[in-house]
Write a protein that binds this ligand. Structure first.
Ligand SMILES: Cc1cc2nc3c(=O)[nH]c(=O)nc-3n(C[C@H](O)[C@H](O)[C@H](O)COP(=O)(O)OP(=O)(O)OC[C@H]3O[C@@H](n4cnc5c(N)ncnc54)[C@H](O)[C@@H]3O)c2cc1C
Length: 378
């Protein structure tokens, strides 16, 4: 067993750290304040191949794989959580197109996700009343000759107003439950596609979260991803991989909070001598290290082609909760100064909360893990 990174992963992490420091960190606080979408940051990520890391080079991606992706997500999230979630969803969409899309779809969409012609990719599963229980979604796709006509409303869609392509889940057979869901690649230029409300969020404020409306959107049959009825499976597989990314995002934000706390303690006379401060720092660093190892293990299993659903959920549940505790402890260590909006700790505290919600809440991760654990003993 070797816990050290090999040379290519080490180099990739060094590159990610440099890009994060140069292109993301200097703008993170201002973009958060202004709720300004990180356009230039996404361009910088595209330029270095960080938007299609999970797609092999032969399929038009940068082919780094899941371990490298997790490492990069930690670096980006430490610098700017909002940019990192935009990066995460784009990578997830590219991964799903590569795994399930026809050659035609891969050739049509992956190059633009890769080189930044598309600012981002988006994933549209959630609806009002269908979040955790995504199989109860109501959007429909009715086949009419060589097209499907899509109708419905999607909510909380990351980059829904910025994406060049949106992976949309809709029911082709509403009577068949989760087995009646199919997946489609929708372009924002398609007639009947529109963006509704922009959410005003407590954290990751520079990322864009919108509702999207589909009103008789005609999608060519060749834009269906996979067969009819496999859309829910596609979404769940995509979320398995996505959870590695969000676990990594949480580790990155937690690490930023830990560093800020250490810096504060190091520059504030008398703080380093307090036992309660030392105890908090110890807990933060131990828990974040455990979280990092869980994330890396799930990513390594994905790269090796080993089923990783349980490990991804464990990584996401533990990492997001550990990172939430870490930002909370950082606030306690820094004290009253920490709630000042000019302090980065305040932003980390706001940014980290949503990691326990999107791509499956912490409660949903427990449901997934328990299901797997029970199946193992039967
Ligand atoms: C900033 C942001 C960005 C997002 N981006 C996207 C995106 O790009 N694409 C997309 O499709 N969705 C996106 N989402 C939606 C997100 O995935 C959902 O919010 C999440 O799945 C929870 O669904 P819900 O909000 O409907 O809450 P509900 O499902 O209504 O859950 C409410 C509460 O009940 C709990 N609960 C629900 N079911 C169970 C259960 N079986 N057992 C125990 N507890 C349960 C939940 O854990 C939660 O605490 C985003 C959300 C946010 C906040």
């Amino acid at each position: 067993m070797d816990f050290a990174l090999d040379a290519p992963h080490e180099q990739l992490r060094t590159l990610a750290r440099r890009v994060a420091a140069e292109a993301l960190a200097p703008r993170a606080a201002a973009y958060d304040r202004e709720q300004r979408f990180p356009l230039e940051q996404m361009a910088a990520l595209a330029e270095r191949g960080f938007l299609t890391m999970l797609v092999p080079k032969v399929a038009g991606g940068s082919g780094h794989g899941s371990v490298a992706y997790a490492l990069a997500m930690m670096e980006m999230a430490e610098a700017c959580a909002a940019t990192s979630v935009t990066m995460a969803v784009t990578n997830m969409v590219g991964d799903a197109i590569r795994a399930w899309g026809s050659d035609y779809l891969q050739n049509k969409y992956i190059p633009s996700l890769h080189d930044g012609r598309f600012t981002a990719g988006a994933f549209a599963l959630s609806e009002p009343g269908a979040g955790s229980d995504a199989s109860s979604l109501k959007a429909t796709a009715v086949r009419k000759g060589d097209r499907y006509v899509l109708n419905g409303n999607k909510c909380w869609i990351t980059s829904g107003d910025r994406a060049g392509v949106i992976l949309v889940m809709a029911k082709t057979d509403p009577a068949a439950g989760s087995k009646g869901i199919s997946a489609f690649l929708v372009e924002p230029e398609m007639a009947g596609f529109s963006v509704g409300r922009h959410e005003e969020k407590m954290g990751i404020r520079a990322s864009s979260t919108v509702t999207i409306n589909l009103e008789d959107v005609e999608v060519p049959v060749e834009n269906r991803v996979g067969d009819e009825g496999v859309g829910f499976k596609i979404a769940m597989r995509a979320l398995d991989g996505g959870r590695i990314g969000i676990g990594a995002q949480a580790v990155g934000i937690g690490r930023a909070a830990l560093k800020a706390a250490v810096e504060y303690v190091g520059t504030t006379p008398g703080r380093a001598d307090r036992a309660s401060v030392r105890a908090r720092l110890a807990e933060m660093s131990a828990e974040l290290e455990a979280a990092r190892l869980l994330v890396m293990r799930a990513a390594d299993m994905k790269d090796r082609g080993i089923p990783f659903t349980k490990q991804a959920s464990m990584a996401k549940m533990f990492a997001t909760e550990a990172a939430n505790r870490a930002t909370h402890r950082a606030l306690e260590i820094v004290g009253p100064d920490a709630v000042d909006a000019r302090q980065a700790v305040e932003r980390f505290f706001r940014d980290v909360r949503v990691t326990m919600i999107y791509e499956g809440t912490s409660e949903v991760q427990r449901v997934v893990i328990a299901r797997q654990v029970l199946a193992e003993v039967q």
